[in-house]
Ligand binder design. Structure first.
Ligand SMILES: [Zn+2]
Length: 447
C-alpha cells in the first residue's frame, strides 16, 4: 500500500493506550516493532541504508487510527459544503485513518458509478481512507431498493448501506434490504426516525427535541418515541431475518434500553453515539443559534447521562461523528430555515476525552475500542482498528492528552464552520496521524 520512498519512522516514548512508554518502529507500511527492539531494529535499517526518521512522543498516547462509520463528505454535488479532499484533511487532523461517507450526496450514492467515484476521490486525496456508504433505496426515496449487489461488487466493495438523513420507513423494504446484504455479510445502518411523528413532509417539521424546552419555545418537537419505535421494530426485523443492523446516532435513554434488551436476546445489532449527543442538551436551543440544530436533536441531561452509561457498558458500540458540514449561509439564518447538522471530525476525540475519560467512565483502551477497533470490526476491515502490535498495518495516531485548545472553526480544515464547540476549551490534541505507514499529520499539522 505504501510508496517505497516512505522513510521508516521511529516513534520514541509514546504510551500505547495510555499505558507504559514504548518505542514503536514503522517500516514499509507496518508496525515493525514495539518496545526495546524498536530502536535496535531501527539501527539495523539505518545500517542497511534505509532512511529512518524519529518522532519524539514523550507524554503522548499512541492509539490505533480512528475509524468513523458516519461522515458526510458532500461530494459529489455539494462541494460548496465539503469535498472529499477537504473532509479527508479534516479527518486526518482529527486522527481518523478511515471514514465512511454517507450516501446523501447529489447524485445520491445509489449506483456502482457514484460509489466508485467517491472511493477514487478518497484515494486521490490520500489523507485518510474513504469508504463510500451505499444508499438503501433509490434516491433515498424509500420506494425501491438501490443496486445493493452492484455496489458491493464494485471496486468500492461497499458493505454498509444507509439512507441516512432519511429513515427506511417501509418495513417490507427494510426486511428485503436486511435479507439482501446478508448474502455478502453487509449491514444496514438505520437513521431511526418515524416520519409521521416528526412532521416529516408537512409544513411543521420537528425543529428540536420534544420536551419542556420545545413547549416553552413553541417549536415543533421531535419526540424520543419517534426514534425508539423504529429501533424496536428494526431489532425485531434483524432478528427475524438473521441479519446485521447498525443504529446510527442513538440519542435517547429509551433507545439505549431497547438496544440493551436486543443484545441480551442475542440480536446482531450495533449502535453509535455522536460526540455532540454526549455533552450538549436541548437547553442550548434557547439561544436560537442554528449551530445547535441537528438531527436527531439535542436531548436532555437524562439522555446524555444514559448515552454515556451505554457507551461505558458496551450497549453502545462506537462513536460516529455524523460530521455534517454546511455552507455558512445554510446556518446563519433563522432557526426554522437553517440546515440540520454539525461538524465533528476535528473535535471528536477531544469530546470523548472530556466526557468519557476525564469523568472516569472509561480508560484509553476502551477509547481505542469505541473509536477504532469496533467500528473497523463492524465494517470487517482487516487493516484498520488493529492492535498496536508488530506485524499490523501502521494506521495509528499520537495524542497529547495534556493539550488544551479553544475551538476555532475558522482554523479547521473542513469547509464547514458549523461546530457547536466553537469558543469552547477542549482537552487533547492529535499530534500525528500515520496512514498505512506514512505520517499525514505531524506536530498537529497536515504534512
Ligand atoms: Zn442521520
Amino acid at each position: 500500500m505504501t510508496a517505497p520512498s516512505n522513510p521508516a519512522l521511529l516513534i520514541t516514548g509514546a504510551r500505547p493506550y495510555g499505558e507504559q512508554p514504548q518505542d514503536l518502529l514503522i517500516a514499509e507500511g507496518r508496525i515493525a516493532a514495539v518496545g526495546p527492539e524498536a530502536s535496535s531494529h531501527a539501527e539495523q535499517l539505518r545500517a542497511q541504508g534505509t532512511q529512518v526518521e524519529t518522532l519524539e512522543a514523550e507524554g503522548q498516547i499512541a492509539l490505533p487510527g480512528l475509524v468513523d462509520l458516519h461522515t458526510h463528505l458532500r461530494e459529489p454535488g455539494r462541494e460548496d459544503a465539503e469535498t472529499v479532499a477537504t473532509g479527508s484533511r479534516a479527518a486526518a487532523l482529527g486522527g481518523f485513518t478511515a471514514v465512511h461517507a454517507m450516501a446523501n450526496s447529489s447524485p445520491v450514492a445509489d449506483t456502482a458509478g457514484v460509489v466508485e467515484q467517491v472511493h477514487r476521490l478518497g484515494l486521490d486525496a490520500g489523507y485518510t481512507e474513504v469508504y463510500p456508504v451505499g444508499a438503501v433505496t433509490v434516491g433515498l426515496a424509500g420506494e425501491q431498493l438501490a443496486e445493493l449487489g452492484a455496489m458491493a461488487e464494485s471496486s468500492a466493495q461497499v458493505r454498509m448501506f444507509s439512507d441516512d438523513g432519511h429513515c427506511v420507513h417501509n418495513p417490507v423494504l427494510m426486511r428485503r434490504a436486511l435479507e439482501y446484504v446478508k448474502t455478502f455479510d453487509g449491514f444496514i445502518a438505520q437513521h431511526a426516525q418515524e416520519p409521521a411523528l416528526t412532521g416529516w413532509g408537512t409544513e411543521t417539521p420537528a425543529q428540536m427535541n420534544e420536551g419542556c424546552v420545545s413547549a416553552e419555545l413553541g417549536l415543533p418537537g421531535w419526540p424520543a418515541v419517534a426514534e425508539e419505535a423504529i429501533i424496536a421494530r428494526d431489532v425485531l426485523l434483524a432478528q427475524h431475518v438473521g441479519s446485521r443492523l447498525h443504529v446510527c446516532h442513538v440519542s435517547t435513554r429509551g433507545s439505549v434500553e431497547i438496544i440493551r434488551w436486543a443484545k441480551e436476546r442475542g440480536i446482531d445489532v450495533t449502535a453509535e453515539v455522536t460526540p455532540h449527543h454526549l455533552i450538549l442538551t436541548d437547553e442550548l436551543v434557547r439561544s436560537y443559534d442554528p449551530v445547535y440544530k441537528v438531527n436527531p436533536p439535542l436531548r436532555t441531561e437524562a439522555d446524555v447521562h444514559a448515552l454515556r452509561e451505554g457507551l461505558a457498558d458496551g450497549t453502545i458500540d462506537v462513536i460516529g461523528t455524523d460530521h455534517a458540514p454546511h455552507p455558512t449561509e445554510a446556518k446563519e439564518c433563522e432557526w426554522s430555515q437553517a440546515a440540520m447538522g454539525m461538524t465533528g471530525l476535528e473535535t471528536a476525540l477531544s469530546v470523548v476525552q472530556m466526557t468519557m475519560v476525564e469523568t472516569g467512565l472509561i480508560d484509553w483502551r476502551r477509547v481505542a475500542e469505541i473509536t477504532s477497533a469496533k467500528p473497523a470490526e463492524i465494517y470487517r476491515h482487516t487493516h484498520q482498528g488493529r492492535p498496536l502490535a508488530a506485524g499490523e498495518a501502521a494506521n495509528l495516531i499520537l495524542v497529547d492528552p495534556a493539550a488544551r485548545r479553544t475551538v476555532d472553526p475558522l482554523q479547521h480544515a473542513s469547509k464547514g464552520r458549523n461546530s457547536p464547540f466553537r469558543g469552547m476549551e477542549l482537552p487533547g490534541e492529535v499530534r500525528a496521524t500515520v496512514l498505512n505507514g506514512r505520517a499525514v499529520v505531524r506536530e498537529g499539522a497536515l504534512v
